[in-house]
Design a protein. Structure first.
Length: 400
């Protein structure tokens, strides 16, 4: 998923007529001071990083004088916050808060529909508050064929206890947020807090927009601002993770899901739940996975070849395990052929660098023959459990 940086999210809200405070993006303390002078203090300074939790991490500051904005920017810039380096800061006008609300449009995987969430409780601790008072969260699934209708927006606001001008303001805002969600193939559009100011104005001082990166090809207008390679969700991508994204793009018939870790066993156990089970077994047995890897069915041989080469370039590896549970969608030998090509090209000696395969499904005997071309590979099939194969690679690497 591609999470927009906050200033880009605020721009999209502003384009849809949703009130947002004035803001500027700066990369130097002097520019932060100048922004505070132009906008007038107080101002809010936020680390511009693609992750939530900045407030609790101390990466959102208030400045009541331009010189204080300079000092706060000096403190923020160059820091690493929640695993991300702070290279830019969002400086925005501070708003006087009379009341905070929470609003989100997201995709509900259970109903397979967009879901509007709204609460008259909002702010930094909204998740903890709503856990204690779940009845305060209004949830409404939306039919994608008709979208969020004005009467539904009013019902949502009314169900949250709003009335009068506040009800009308929220009822006007919700369809605008939903339009953004639908128009740009978003996974989430969230404003927390949505603020009612002391003058009675409803304004969005912050916003989160996460876009489905598989739909980015439909939105060339977002190409400049939506970077799916910016983060894996909780930290910046490593060079190896970026390389794997490049490999994944060579063929759209299958998709790779990959994360780099700090262990010493190249882990290429696929199959969703089977991969997680194998990963859990490895951790429980004391193994240290260096990667997680999954690939969906499709034309996978070339991707398996390139992915294996990329993974084995990681320094400090002691061994490798590849495979999964029973596979029916594509012949096993297709995957194995790609891995074997890479091992041969890299001149891997399985007698010195342990390699364990555990495959089951159509083509398993052909896969076994392919693996036999590199003496020393231990090949397990459906007669052995995933855990037995994982135990074996842990034992072999512990001997090194």
């Amino acid at each position: 998923m591609a999470r927009l940086l906050e200033h880009h999210a605020l721009d999209l809200l502003k384009q849809q007529g949703i009130p947002v405070p004035g803001f500027r993006v700066v990369s130097a303390p002097g520019a932060a001071k100048e922004a505070a002078l132009r906008m007038g203090c107080p101002v809010v300074l936020k680390a511009l990083i693609p992750v939530g939790g900045r407030g609790k991490a101390g990466a959102i500051k208030m400045a009541y004088e331009p010189e204080e904005a300079f000092e706060q920017a000096t403190e923020l810039l160059g820091r690493t916050v929640l695993n991300f380096p702070v290279d830019e800061i969002l400086v925005s006008e501070a708003v006087t808060i009379a009341k905070e609300f929470f609003v989100s449009v997201t995709f509900d995987s259970m109903s397979r529909k967009p879901l509007v969430l709204f609460s008259s409780l909002g702010g930094m601790d909204v998740e903890d508050i709503l856990q204690k008072e779940p009845s305060r969260l209004v949830q409404r699934p939306i039919d994608t064929t008709s979208g969020l209708q004005p009467f539904q927006a009013r019902e949502i606001a009314e169900s949250a206890g709003l009335e009068g001008e506040n009800l009308l303001a929220v009822a006007d805002l919700l369809p605008r947020l939903y339009w953004i969600f639908h128009q740009f193939d978003c996974q989430t559009v969230e404003v927390n807090p949505l603020v009612l100011t002391d003058t009675g104005r409803m304004i969005a001082p912050s916003a989160v927009i996460v876009i489905d990166n598989q739909a980015l090809f439909r939105h060339p207008e977002l190409e400049r601002i939506a970077d799916p390679d910016l983060t894996n969700g909780w930290r910046p991508l490593t060079p190896l993770e970026k390389e794997m994204r490049t490999i994944d793009r060579i063929d759209s018939s299958s998709a790779i899901r990959f994360n780099e870790m700090e262990g010493d066993i190249a882990f290429m156990m696929t199959g969703g739940g089977a991969g997680l089970l194998a990963l859990d077994s490895m951790l429980r047995l004391g193994g240290k996975p260096a990667t997680t890897f999954d690939i969906t069915p499709g034309r996978v041989e070339e991707k398996m070849y390139l992915a294996t080469k990329a993974i084995l370039s990681k320094p400090g590896l002691k061994g490798m395990i590849a495979g999964g549970n029973i596979t029916n969608f594509i012949p096993i030998d297709v995957k194995v052929r790609g891995v074997i090509r890479a091992l041969k090209e890299l001149k891997v000696n399985p007698k010195k660098f342990p390699v364990v395969f555990r495959f089951a499904g159509p083509g398993v005997e052909v896969a076994r023959e392919l693996a036999s071309e590199l003496p020393g590979i231990e090949f397990y099939d459906a007669a052995s459990s995933l855990e037995e194969a994982v135990r074996r690679i842990v034992e072999l690497t512990n001997e090194r």
